[in-house]
Design a protein around this ligand. Sequence first.
Ligand code: OSB
Ligand code: MG
Length: 367
Amino acid sequence: MNELDCLETASIKIDPFTLELSRSLSTAVGDIEQRRGHVVCVDINGTVGIGEATPLPGWTERYPDCQDALRSVSTDSTSTSTSTSTSTSASEITPDTRSAAHHGIELACVDAMARHHDSSLARFLSTDTPATSIPVNATIGDCDSEQTYKKAESAVEDGYTTIKLKVGARDIESDCNRVIAARSAVGEDITLRVDANGAWNRTAAERFLETARTVDIAYIEQPLPASDLDGHALLRGRGVDIAVDESMNRTSPEQIFAADAADIIVCKPMALGGPKQTLAVARKAEAVDIDTVVTTTIDGVIARMGAVHIAAALPGSGSNARACGLATGSMLADDLTANPVSISDGEISVPTGPGLAGGALRSCCNR
Ligand SMILES: O=C(O)CCC(=O)c1ccccc1C(=O)O
Ligand SMILES: [Mg+2]
């Protein structure tokens, strides 16, 4: 079955939501304060599947475009209140494959298919035995050195063994002082990484790299603008690994690999258009010895669990793999429904029931 073949036979219902963050996440490209999206519920011959489409401007299509794309495939007239016609033939309109709308539908389809096979989504997607838990990183937004120290200390108290700091929102010297502060807060055994969200030029990135090497930063995520693949290639091999994130949205994985631009790719299923594209990219990366780190765009619990299953289905996933950015649920003030799995000792367990999480997310389709 093709990923969206289910559109031909499924009924599709969409339900908009807004989730506030408990505290905004400060990054080099601005603050994230709120997440708006749609729960997507499909019914394929009586098997229900749940997905989530939560666009983030800059990373995916804009909210109105996502909503239009979902309405065009929805078969439920009550959820298309502002549109005059109900539904066009679903097979005529399929959302752009690299979109949050596509992610929402595809996730719902694979959830239904996994349920139909009485398999967890990770097992359904994996060509191997999926991981049962995934190490995850704590994420610390931009803040001053003193706050960085305190937050790093408390992340370790909470059991995290990998911490990611957002950098690039202040001058290089201040960010250098922040990573020095973070290292002194956590000791030697904790993995530190930073994410500049493309804020630096090559000179600034080189300056940061000198300090990063001395405080043992595992990798710098997107130091340079997304299109500067050659610049990323030049930063490699200097004692700190280089990861790309935004570049994944601007160029193809093949271009990134060909430019030798990255040691690690960061994959956000919501931005890559769904579980299948994400896995396909990760498998290509593995074939050329590049690690994949799966993260979210700070999604609701449905997409977050989707990302956990994707991470578990990846080649070489599990406790020895690099920590994934999947501990983003605590940034939300409220959620679509209760978290089906817990995070402890820096690892998130992979839900074991059929599909995304057995019956645990079911209430999302009756909201
Ligand atoms: O990866 C993480 O630790 C959290 C997720 C994160 O940083 C993020 C969240 C929303 C949008 C962009 C990003 C990013 O990685 O740049
Ligand atoms: Mg990033």
